[in-house]
Design a protein around this ligand. Structure first.
Ligand SMILES: [Zn+2]
Ligand SMILES: [Zn+2]
Length: 389
């Protein structure tokens, strides 16, 4: 067991209590007022310089030691999800319809535990920036912090983030060098035809038939225009139109998401989606309007930093507990925008046999706290090496 892991483990109860407190008081993305105040107060109590309101409810703590010019960024997310909690935990959400179902309560706590440890021991030479991000769950929190000058105000040579992984044993780590998670976007389309009596289809232009054809036809974007070796997901997840059995409606709509591992493919999918929707809609005599939400970046882990993180994790728990080249996944993560600016790595820490992420019965496993915090501490100490006198 590493020194940092032993020292942080000795404070387990203190940080488990913080995690359960955050869990009981979940807040949606970009309005994490209580959580960010809690974070800021704790950091200040440990003698860390605190910057509130970075990108809305974001908080940055700055800790310097020695005269080193190197800097490391450690990032956690703070937001919860609009889900009714069914974990049965004593510290369950006190706000019905809101819960920490992705473990961001745990991520925030692990970064706090690392901050306290580094502030107390200062076994590093340089600057460490503790970045507490708002609104990770599709709310644009990372971009909000970047647009607020995050890395201009708090320059980082390297950056690391963690996410808990249900199904991976506590005390294990998993990471993927290079492309690790997908980028993507959301879309909504509405087709407008001409409403009519259902018994007189010749009097109208039916948008429902057109939407049905489109949902099927759009699947060929992946199968016919993208190389099979280039992973892409295209999913229509919403479809609606009509209110009555005997009315051909005026409009029908659908929406969904697409994911890919690089920007060029995302641009291609978006262009094909737009073109096919317009062309097919016109073929059926309807008109189409399609809108896109803010696109999110593919997450590319810097290979050297990822190898460094894997070596660091092995030093903590032994080689057999670290997967240094796990396969990529098509999920997405807001931290990708920060990794576009600063080389670094996103690491999974085992959460044990809990319910899956975003499941109502999910609860972050407190036993994970020392492992996540110790990795953040060791990454900092190994990057900002203190001169030995
Ligand atoms: Zn999530
Ligand atoms: Zn998450």
């Amino acid at each position: 067991m590493s020194e940092a892991l032993a020292e942080i483990s000795a404070r387990f109860e203190e940080f488990a209590a913080i995690r359960r407190d955050i869990h009981a008081h979940p807040e949606l993305g970009l309005v994490e007022h209580r959580t960010s105040a809690l974070v800021a107060e704790r950091l200040e109590a440990w003698g860390i310089e605190v910057h509130r309101g970075v990108g809305g409810t974001g908080v940055v703590g700055v800790l310097r030691s020695g005269n080193g010019e190197g800097s490391v960024g450690l990032r956690a997310d703070m937001d919860a999800l609009p889900i009714f909690e069914a974990s049965g935990a004593a510290w369950s959400s006190q706000t019905p319809g809101l819960m920490h179902a992705c473990g961001h309560d745990g991520h925030t706590t692990m970064l706090l535990a690392a901050a306290r440890q580094l502030a107390e021991t200062r076994r590093f030479n340089g600057t460490v920036n503790f970045i507490f991000q708002p609104g990770e769950e599709g709310c644009g929190g990372a971009l909000a912090m970047l647009n607020d000058g995050l890395f201009d105000r708090f320059p980082c040579d390297a950056i690391y983030g963690l996410h808990n992984q249900p199904g991976l044993d506590v005390g294990r780590y998993r990471m993927t060098p290079g492309p690790a998670m997908a980028g993507g976007g959301f879309f909504d389309a509405t087709l407008t035809g001409v409403g009519a009596h259902a018994a007189r289809p010749e009097a109208g232009v039916d948008p429902v038939v057109a939407v049905c054809q489109l949902v099927t036809a759009l699947q060929t974007i992946v199968s016919r225009t993208i190389s099979p070796s280039n992973p892409v997901v295209f999913s229509v997840t919403k479809i609606s139109g009509g209110e009555a059995h005997n009315v051909i409606p005026q409009t029908a709509s659908f929406g969904g998401t697409f994911r890919a591992m690089n920007w060029a493919t995302l641009d291609l999918v978006r262009e094909r989606l737009e073109h096919m929707t317009q062309a097919l809609a016109a073929g059926f005599g309807t008109t189409a309007e399609i809108t896109f939400g803010e696109m999110f970046a593919p997450m590319i882990n810097n290979p050297e930093r990822t190898a460094f993180a894997a070596d660091t994790a092995r030093a903590i728990v032994g080689a057999e507990a670290v997967e240094g080249s796990a396969p990529f996944v098509l999920g997405s993560e807001d931290f990708a925008f920060m990794l576009e600016k600063v080389p670094g790595a996103f690491v999974r820490v085992g959460n044990g046999a809990t319910a899956g992420l975003h499941h109502p019965a999910y609860d972050f496993n407190d036993a994970t706290i020392p492992y996540g915090a110790a990795l953040l501490v060791e990454l900092t100490e190994r990057t900002l090496i203190r001169a030995v006198c």
